[in-house]
Write a protein that binds this ligand. Structure first.
Ligand code: GDP
Length: 297
């Protein structure tokens, strides 16, 4: 995901660390290159600008430039600031799934990986936390999507709500809630319908379901390859239904990484997970420290 950004940054920092003594101008020149590299990775302009400003302020003081290993100090500052833009001060909070049955609402555009990710998270909660999970598809316009979730449930050993034709998304959500309570489930996950683009009907539908079940988590699933578009989609969904976390999919692809780097800073929403493939296990928790390390090569 971050290969080209990582290559660019390693080039800049290799030179800096090999150089020995550093002047403030050396740092400023390096940071100009960092800024270009971030923009080429599709990081949003204000985020890239702010990042470079903060690193420069910290890295141009005498404490750094007059130290024995100035280059390494700069790299350390960049690492810490990367962590900061990836996750903010508070880091990545765990999913709020106490108080069973806890509803998790899955939202996003069609094709972003919502259904696949619903299954991945359900499997993870079952396998790693021993949770009993119930999944339900609310995609009433696409019977195939409902079938897809049922088949996925069978593959990963997670129950799905029986399909009853003719019900509205809100009806299905309420039925899922009831079934989850009666059946002693810890979590129920609602896979909402996606559209090819954001529209009022989709948003109204999601808002109605949200109001009906009051989800503990509303997770937006977006394609990480779409860069700044993913960030715009997150802002729109957040404005309409209040997103509590983001899952970036297709992080196994050759995207430039801009979505991951801009998401938290622009939307204020934490990235909770990243999808790294099509298989039900291809999901990683978003670890800012590790990602910052990966970006720095
Ligand atoms: P939905 O319309 O948002 O529910 O999207 P789906 O869950 O049906 O996923 C659309 C396609 O993207 C499927 O072919 C998935 O296998 C694929 N997909 C989902 N997540 C990932 C991911 O993290 N990496 C890759 N490579 N493919 C993914």
């Amino acid at each position: 995901m971050f290969e080209s950004l990582s290559d660019r940054l390693s080039g800049v920092f290799d030179r800096l660390t090999k150089q020995g003594a550093l002047t403030e101008d050396d740092v400023r020149t390096a940071m100009r290159e960092v800024r270009v590299a971030l923009l080429e990775a599709d990081v949003s302009l204000p985020v890239a600008r702010d990042f470079v400003k903060r690193v420069t302020a910290k890295a141009t003081g005498a404490a750094v430039t007059k130290s024995i290993t100035p280059g390494q100090q700069v790299v350390k500052i960049v690492h810490d600031e990367l962590k900061q833009i990836l996750a903010g001060e508070e880091g990545i909070p765990p999913l709020k799934i106490d108080n069973p049955p806890a509803p998790i609402l899955m939202v996003g555009l069609q094709g972003g990986g919502k259904t696949t990710t619903t299954g991945k998270i359900a499997k993870r909660l079952k396998d790693r936390e021993g949770k009993r999970v119930l999944m339900a598809s609310l995609d009433v316009n696409r019977p195939a999507a409902m079938e897809q979730l049922a088949i996925l449930g069978g593959q990963i050993g997670v129950d799905t709500l029986p399909i009853v034709p003719g019900q509205s998304p809100v009806d299905i959500a309420k039925r899922a809630k009831q079934q989850a309570s009666l059946g002693g489930y810890d979590v129920y996950m609602l896979d909402t319908a996606g559209r090819l683009q954001i529209d009022q009907v989709l948003m109204d539908e999601v808002a109605q379901v949200h109001a009906a079940v009051q989800p503990r988590e509303t997770l937006l699933v977006v394609d990480g390859l779409t860069g700044q578009v993913a960030v715009e989609v997150a802002e729109e969904f957040d404005a309409k239904v209040g997103v509590t976390g983001v899952v970036l999919t297709r992080m196994d692809g050759d995207g430039r990484g801009g979505a991951a780097l801009s998401m938290r800073a622009v939307t204020g929403k934490p990235i909770r997970f990243v999808g790294t493939g099509e298989k039900p296990d291809a999901l990683e928790t978003f670890d800012p420290d590790r990602i910052a390390g990966r970006i720095l090569g």
